[in-house]
Design a protein around this ligand. Structure first.
Ligand code: BEZ
Ligand code: FE
Length: 282
């Protein structure tokens, strides 16, 4: 078969996969080719529109460096990151659900004693976070690690503001005690926009979408013999819970942050309490 026609375009390209020595690559590329040709046939882009798409993808790549991953951001706003997460983290209903890792996790956050404050500035409304890490049967998991990170009260992670925030601000790693209990101090998180200064931001605007994520604290919880979970706690009542720019919200992760008003000279503070449940490693 030599002729390339509009009708048989996908089949012509697929035929060249017959010699592919890697079965999984062949499966993946076959799907990419079929879906891409079907999309182009549905949309019928002009040459100019196709060049706009090529320029967009070029800019996405050019925006990436060690600190910025625009491809992941693109996958996030298209819901693909959450779909990959769902496919790879099918869990029983009792288990704490997972959600997006996001681009701002940093390896090697400081190990802190229970009760320590992860905020290294005096900004923000004080918050006490507490709870337990439990197994499938509700038994305490002692020595589980909680790796935690969140934004400043202005909505920026420390790595986004290296000249304004101390390194490792609002990051820490804690271990549960013998009863599976953890507790630490922080500040109340706020909703914030994902980075909009690149091509993904322009695409969001073009689609008439806002860039905001509802206020949350990130957690990676791990313990020997258990599946680790990458998750968040979201602030109940946040205005963006129904329209998270990256589709990361799950009902079980929305929790009340309770305000304790100022009293007798003591400043106002918030508390949030949540138990996390891990599945046994398979
Ligand atoms: C975050 O929550 O840190 C995040 C997740 C996805 C994209 C951008 C930020
Ligand atoms: Fe975040």
């Amino acid at each position: 078969m030599t002729g390339f026609t509009e009708d048989t375009s996908a089949e012509t390209v697929l035929a060249r996969l017959s010699e592919c020595p890697d079965g999984r690559l062949s499966e993946v590329m076959s799907s990419v080719i079929r879906h891409l040709h079907a999309m182009v046939k549905e949309v019928e882009p002009t040459q100019e529109e196709w060049m706009t798409a090529i320029r967009f993808l070029t800019e996405v790549g050019q925006m990436c460096d060690e600190r910025r991953q625009e491809w992941i951001l693109l996958s996030d706003i298209l819901g693909v990151s959450m779909l990959i997460d769902a496919i790879n983290n099918r869990k029983p209903a009792m288990a704490t659900p997972s959600t997006v890792l996001g681009p701002f996790h940093v390896e090697g956050a400081p190990e802190l004693p229970l009760g320590a404050n992860i905020s290294r500035t005096d900004k923000g409304e004080p918050l006490l976070v507490s709870g337990r890490v439990l197994d499938e049967a509700g038994r305490a998991i002692a020595g589980a690690e909680l790796d935690i990170w969140q934004t400043s009260p202005d909505g920026f992670y420390d790595v986004q503001q290296p000249d304004e925030q101390p390194a490792m601000n609002l990051r820490g790693r804690f271990r549960t005690d013998k009863d599976g209990v953890f507790h630490f101090r922080s500040i109340k998180p706020c909703s914030y926009p994902i980075p909009t200064d690149g091509p993904v931001g322009k695409l969001l605007t073009g689609m008439g979408r806002h860039p905001y994520r509802p206020a949350h604290i990130h957690f990676i919880i791990s313990a020997d013999g258990y599946e680790s979970v990458t998750t968040h706690l979201f602030v109940e009542g946040d205005e963006y819970l129904d329209s998270d720019a990256v589709f990361g919200v799950k009902d079980a992760l929305i929790v009340p942050f309770v305000l304790h008003p100022a009293d007798d000279g003591a400043e106002a503070y918030y508390t949030v309490e949540n138990d996390f449940r891990l599945c046994t490693a398979s």
